[in-house]
Design a protein around this ligand. Sequence first.
Ligand code: GLN
Length: 198
Amino acid sequence: MFVGVLGVQGAVSEHVRTLTKTMYEMGLDGNVEVVRKGDQIGKLDALIIPGGESSTISRLLDTFELREKIISRAQNGMPVMGTCAGSVLLSSQGDEAVERSETKLLELMDTSVIRNAFGRQRESFECLLDIDGIADSFHAVFIRALELALLPGSNAKVIAEFNGKIVGVEQGDILSFSFHPELTDDIRVHRYFLEKLV
Ligand code: GLN
């Protein structure tokens, strides 16, 4: 089993560490790969797109010829999880901030996104979150977090909300979270993601 973490920018090593720990605890024999080149995408069984700066990651997806390969694998059923900036990129529609930065989205989920939706006062915060089907009281770390919305006729399902804002969505084998599940020792989100492979 090969699980990739897109490694062009952002919170890469934290996902690698959490995935490695999750595989170990699940007794799975697998490898975690940092993905920086298009030719690595073909062999992956699943991919995580980490947090960071969505406009930068988007540009680097083109520089390293990753964009089309990721889209095609995901459309053909490869599980993908996006966290924070990764969650921005999985969406189909963006707000003004996405447009202003000329960020091209991957358009893999029926969601729209509002970047930095929690405002200056709450640039970073932590809370205990119930995530439907995944975890009760998950210690969630939000950093300049976004808010998600479902597009009309969406096939996506809301699985987590905080203060009336959507912060977790699942659509088939694609998961999107506006917080950072890789920043604590809690592996429940990563375990749920890997269970899609076994
Ligand atoms: N607000 C950032 C963006 O849209 C995401 C922040 C993060 O990944 N922690 O790129």
